[in-house]
Write a protein that binds this ligand. Structure first.
Ligand code: SAM
Length: 158
């Protein structure tokens, strides 16, 4: 199985870049991971048109989803997950032979209705709203944690 992360926007802070690249490297020990940063739509003006921004970014996201992929869209209003449930999800798709698992993180204005509609699963990391940059780091850590749970390796400590 291949894992592909589609993230709107870049990481601006060095500490976020360091954390994300650490967990990307760790996840890469379990399966091939690619992470694509998609261009953020410029808000412009004093009152950005959130809907327009979501639609523009949404088109870029949908364009990058390969046909047949299982798509998990990260959304605070999605289904609440525990780390064990993330592990179960990863294991399920590896055992089922899913060719490509795609995970999507939206930009500062969130995701279009079209992207949410394409989701096979809407996943919430927490009921709190995270910045898209923080959501990326949290997601990467939870994916890594999930693999250590699947493999029964020391990290989760439960
Ligand atoms: C700043 S948030 C967007 C907030 C926007 N107001 C909305 O309604 O979605 C940017 C992105 O980070 C991800 N995100 C933020 N908090 C999250 C959470 N608690 N669970 C899952 N994803 C989250 C989502 O992909 C979201 O589109």
């Amino acid at each position: 199985m291949k894992l592909r992360l589609l993230c709107v926007g870049k990481l601006s802070e060095p500490w976020l870049k360091a954390g994300a690249s650490e967990y990307q490297e760790r996840i890469g020990r379990y399966l091939p991971l690619t992470l694509s940063e998609l261009r953020e739509e410029k808000g412009g003006g004093k009152k950005p048109d959130a809907r327009y921004i979501q639609e523009q970014e949404g088109a870029r996201i949908l364009d990058r989803i390969p046909p047949g992929a299982f798509v998990i869209v990260l959304d605070e209003g999605g289904s609440p997950f525990t780390s064990e449930k993330v592990a179960g999800l990863l294991e399920h798709h590896m055992v089922q032979g899913t060719a490509e698992l795609v995970m999507v993180i939206g930009g500062a204005y969130g995701l279009s209705a079209g992207v949410k509609k394409r989701a096979d699963l809407l996943l919430s990391l927490s009921a709190l709203t995270l910045t898209h940059q923080m959501a990326r780091l949290f997601l990467l850590e939870q994916i890594y944690r999930g693999f250590t749970i699947v493999r029964n390796e020391p990290y989760h400590n439960r």
